[in-house]
Structures are given as C-alpha cells and as structure tokens.
Design a binder for this molecule. Structure first.
Ligand code: 4FM
Length: 249
C-alpha cells in the first residue's frame, strides 16, 4: 500500500520508516510512504506557507496556494482519497481502519498552526477524519496512527494472518489478559488454566475473559454486536453472575 503524506514536517515520518512493523513492511516493499512538503510549492522568496486569519484572532493559518499546488501535484500522480486529519473529522474506529486497508493508495493531509483555509477542504479533501477527541498541534501524529493501524492489517505484513484481527475479535471485543514466563511474578500467579494444556478450556477462558472485560470497560460494544451463540451464552451467564472465571473483571 502507498501513503502520500502532505506535511511540512516530513522527517516525523522517519519514525514509521525506521522502526517496527512499518519498517518491516517498507523493507518488504509492502508499504511506501512518500512525503510531499507544501513549502516546496511556495513561489515567494521566503517560501511562506502561513498567513494571518481574516477576521482577526490569535495564531496563523496555512495559506491555500502552496497547499493547493502541492495537492494538485499529488492528485496528478496518485490514486485514492485525500483524507484531512482534524478534530472536526469523523471519528476513526477499527472498521474505518479496515476499509482504508483495502485501498491500494491514499493521501493524508496534515495541517499545522491554527488550521487550513476552509476552501482547500471544500475543493480538495474527500474525507475529514479524527483519531480521537483531543487536540494535537498538527495532523502528523494522526496520520502516523492511521498508517500504523492500517499496515498491520495488510495480508503478509507481520505474519498477521492470525494475530492482527483475531487478537481483538475484529474490534468487536476487547482482548483477554496475556501471560508469559515466569509462572510466579511478584507473588502473582498465571491463571492455572493457561498451564493446563487443555486447549478447548483455554480457548473458553480467553473468550470468557474478553467478554467480561468488554462488558465492564466498553459495554457499548455489546449493544447490537454480532456475537455468536457461544458468546451470547457466556455474556448471559456473566449477567446472571453464574460465571466462575474472571473474578476481578
Ligand atoms: C489539525 C492542528 C490541523 C492543526 C490539528 C491543523 C487531530 C485529531 C488533531 C490537530 N487530527 N485527529 N484529533 N489535529 O488534533 O486527527 Cl491545521
């Protein structure tokens, strides 16, 4: 998959290119990140990209012309939607990440300062997306969040075929607790079922723990969710208090 990123801070994306799963995907040519700097499209001597807001007020805005020239060049050579990262956008969730992961290419537009000229959003942005209800200083970290979340779903990246979507049941349920060696850590034991070797009991314990956690921490996930019969019956026994496992959840 290819990401075109419009940003005045392209070096920030070295974090993805140089580390972790995104680095692995770049090395295996499963991921391409190309940054486009609006400053390179400014025509004045000072290569200015910001200007003062009409109507007054504090701070600066990204001026439309360099950004427009930059985006027009990206659109000339690139495929897929232009996504603008901002707190005003539609909240991203795992199903949104999944639909991005099916695209061969997309463009992420990162703003800085107090905002970008609205006419640029009107004329050149397909979707406005927010990664959460908090205010960052620019769109770059949001773009990096999208790239990392999308890349781990691309088939063949990480060897994800089992782990990527299964680890959270496709975003429907929260993950269960995990344990590794030693068997006792600071006098805390690993749940004995995980040491038993009974694979079906382990599978049930994990499913049960996932449903209990979800009910306690994110009950809204269980409203209108597509649980199977086994999951529904586990949820009912949890609601009746007849569930023996998961004491703290
Ligand atoms: C965005 C600052 C554009 C300045 C931001 C400009 C954000 C979020 C966010 C800050 N992005 N989800 N929340 N961006 O806070 O995606 Cl011009």
């Amino acid at each position: 998959m290819k990401f075109n990123v419009v940003t005045i801070f392209p070096e920030m994306f070295d974090a993805l290119i140089d580390f972790g799963i995104t680095n692995q995907a770049v090395l295996k040519q499963q991921l391409d990140i190309q940054c486009w700097n609006p400053r390179d499209f400014a025509l004045d001597r000072h290569r200015s990209i910001d200007d003062r807001p009409y109507g007054g007020g504090p701070g600066m805005l990204m001026k439309p012309e360099p950004l427009a020239r930059c985006l027009d060049e990206v659109k000339r050579v690139a495929a897929g939607p232009v996504v603008y990262l901002s707190p005003q956008g539609k909240r991203l969730d795992q199903s949104g990440v999944r639909s991005f992961s099916k695209l061969p290419e997309m463009t992420l537009l990162c703003g800085r300062y107090e905002g970008i000229d609205e006419r640029l959003i009107q004329t050149r942005v397909d979707e406005e997306v927010s990664i959460g209800d908090y205010i960052l200083a620019g769109g770059e970290l949001g773009a990096m969040v999208i790239i990392e979340a999308v890349v781990r779903l691309i088939p063949g990246v990480l060897g994800n075929d089992l782990s990527a979507e299964q680890d959270s049941f496709s975003g429907q349920l929260l993950d269960c607790p995990h344990y590794t060696r030693p068997e006792v850590f600071e006098s805390l034991n690993v749940p004995s079922v995980l040491l038993s070797g009974y694979h079906e009991r382990i599978r049930r314990w994990r499913l049960d723990a996932s449903i209990a956690r979800t009910k306690n921490r994110r009950p809204e996930f269980l409203v209108d969710s597509n649980l199977d019969n086994e999951q529904i019956s586990l949820l009912k026994s949890l609601e009746l208090g007849t569930n023996v496992e998961c004491e703290d959840e």
